[in-house]
Design a protein around this ligand. Sequence first.
Ligand SMILES: Cc1ncc(COP(=O)(O)O)c(C=O)c1O
Length: 391
Amino acid sequence: MTSHGRLPPEFEPSPFARAIEAKRGAGRGILDLTVANPTRVGLPRAAGLEAALRGADLLHYDPDPRGTEAARRAVAAYHRARGTSASEPDRILLTSSTSEAYAHLFRLLCDPGDEVLVPRPSYPLFEPLARLESVGLASYRLRYDEGWRVDLESVEALVGPRTRAVVVVQPNNPTGSCLDAGEAAALESLCAERGLALIADEVFGDFPWPPRDAPLPSLLGDRGVLTFGLNGISKLCGLPQMKLGWIAVTGPEPMAARAYEGLEWIADLFLSVGAPAQAMLPWVLERRDTFHRAALARIHENLRTLVAGSDRAGYDLLRGDGGWSAVLRFLPGSPAGDAPDAAVWALEEEDVLLHPGHFYELEDHDAVLSLIAEPERVHDGIERLSGAKRS
Ligand SMILES: Cc1ncc(COP(=O)(O)O)c(C=O)c1O
């Protein structure tokens, strides 16, 4: 027997996943523009990682639910270098992933049946992560008009007696949008008035468009509300296999101290972050430049390809501020735009794999692709969507 509420009612693959399998089974090569695994796209990572790992002290185990002091200091130094004030090692807690960070925060902030507000469109993992913790979700809207803006009225209208937190993803996956200063201030005062925490997922915060050294805005800082900043080395250093992320806690005392103690208590039950990953964190963060610069250059090149191909392939490249994904809005009159679902059309007709808009609660004529895919692949994909191969 399995639980009735926490798991999905069935584990069947979606029709879209079945269509991909059918194509592959029929021996059709698919041009996959969704590949976002940084270990699979030919991007360099810090040289010498394997040798450094061999040289690390891996035989001792000295568990600390917060993470080792050296590792937390390295995160604090990263925050300092980035200009965010969350630079106290005693307010940083390591996790084995951002997903685990969300689970810890839902457990910390919510009783079963409490609610968290999340943006829509956004990251599809919120729903199952919250359901697994018996936490409800309500979605506030991001609206597109020459750029994505938060519908602040929809946020306010959603806050009820059981709302505990507001999640902000910036840059958001997949829209690439960040809050502007007015939106950040409005959300902060709403959270302060209603006693809500802010959860800021900033895993893409070092990948601005166009590429530049100045990082994107962060919600971490001297704010009047309890704020949890989520980040990790999956994206920052291109190392998802190291399984290491963190939560930085900021906000008024003693609330922040109390929240940190709660997180520490939860983390102590699992001690889930491997000692080798923690031992490597200072080394890896110090050398993040290699991957970071290469990824920024690639994102830039792919954005140029997408801009250049938009007229021929009949889409608008929606505006964003940063991140690893782009939204193509296919226009009426284009084959993909006139089809019931643009990504299904691209897969069926051109063997090009894009994420369907509905994965993220976007429109059916929207499709999402990865900006860290190899540039030749993105170029070839856009050529196919333009019909260049058909004429
Ligand atoms: C918005 C967002 N947060 C978190 C993650 C996952 O990060 P991690 O590998 O640390 O779980 C992703 C992965 O795509 C993401 O898009």
